[in-house]
Ligand binder design. Structure first.
Ligand SMILES: O=C(O)C(=O)C[C@H](O)[C@H](O)COP(=O)(O)O
Length: 318
């Protein structure tokens, strides 16, 4: 039975081989990428029965997304749209080492999901599912995605599910002011907040240490749990007044995209498997570290690998 439901856009990610530039490459590698399906895939790979809700054009491109996600064990609750009038969002990703940095070009305007409504999605599973997750990218896409996000969060709450939200601010989609207004409208429906420290500062105007940010947000919006992530500086979680700290596990980075989503996947998977917040933070950090060693957006990992990282493993297994 489905335990975790996520909702959001998944795009086709097109990237030149490492070391090649978008301007000159002759090859583009195609993979599925989207914050919420990244979380569903990571959780499914870690043993959770996970589903992803979205809307896609009924075309070879839309079906390609579904088959890639299903190949990792994710159930898909997709509304299929007329391919003549809608499209699949894409994003171009050029990996660049220092000092160039990695760059993303979105081509996602008018994607099928921008017209989604709650009635188009199979919300009957909320009756038995345990957790619902979405991110701050989804309400940025259109008025319909913002309304559907609100409606799904409310329906999930009415069904007794625990609801999580990752701020995931994307400056290429909207301004900090617009994002803040949309986030604050949703906060009353959220139990667990994942707040990248940078987003808490830029969008929510928070100041001070991560722990102060967590306390401030929990007090103001009544979240049950707040997780603040600080990249290489690790993460902290605040739940019922108790603070948990988690350093990062070292990783050799092949592809950093999807690290934040892998963190969330590890956290939610461990909670759904019965772990407490401290265990979940460890799994989150370990899953994030493993993701960095894998190409693509997806955390193609196993529970055993996560346990090995938590236990200080690595090296050559032979
Ligand atoms: O930007 C968007 O709209 C996407 O969904 C693209 C990416 O797949 C995720 O955002 C990855 O995010 P990180 O886990 O923070 O690296």
């Amino acid at each position: 039975m489905t335990a975790l439901v996520t909702f959001g856009e998944t795009m086709l990610r097109l990237s030149p081989p490492h070391g090649e530039r978008l301007e000159t490459t002759r090859e583009l590698e195609a993979r599925a990428g989207g914050a919420e399906s990244n979380v569903a895939v990571g959780a499914a790979r870690l043993g959770v029965d996970a589903a992803w809700f979205s809307k896609l054009p009924d075309s070879p491109l839309g079906r390609r997304i579904v088959s890639e996600l299903r190949s990792h064990g994710v159930r898909t609750g997709v509304s299929w749209a007329d391919p003549e009038t809608t499209r699949l969002g894409t994003y171009y990703l050029e990996h660049g080492g220092e000092p160039r940095g990695t760059s993303v070009i979105y081509d996602r305007a008018d994607a099928a999901i921008t017209t989604v409504t709650p009635a188009e999605l199979p919300t009957g599973v909320f009756e038995t599912a345990e957790r619902f997750h979405t991110t701050g990218i989804t309400p940025a896409l259109s008025e319909s995605t913002a309304e559907t996000t609100r409606a799904l969060l409310r329906a999930a709450g009415e069904a007794g599910m625990s609801r999580s939200f990752d701020l995931n601010y994307r400056s290429k989609l909207w301004s900090p002011e617009a994002a803040r207004e949309a986030y604050e409208e949703l906060f009353g429906e959220i139990d667990l907040l994942f707040a990248p420290y940078r987003d808490a500062r830029t969008v929510l105007d928070r100041e001070g240490k991560a722990i102060e940010v967590a306390h401030g947000l929990a007090a103001e919006f009544d979240f049950e749990t707040v997780v603040v992530t600080r990249g290489e500086k690790g993460a902290i979680a605040l739940r019922e007044g108790e603070v948990h700290r988690q350093p990062v596990f070292e990783a050799e980075t092949v592809d950093a995209i999807g690290t934040g989503d892998a963190f969330v996947a590890g956290f939610l998977a461990k909670r759904l498997r019965g772990g407490d917040v401290a265990d979940a933070l460890e799994w989150a950090a370990a899953t994030a570290a493993l993701k960095r060693t894998v190409g693509g957006d997806l955390a193609v990992v196993t529970p055993e690998e996560v346990e090995a990282v938590v236990d200080g493993g690595g090296g050559i297994d032979r």
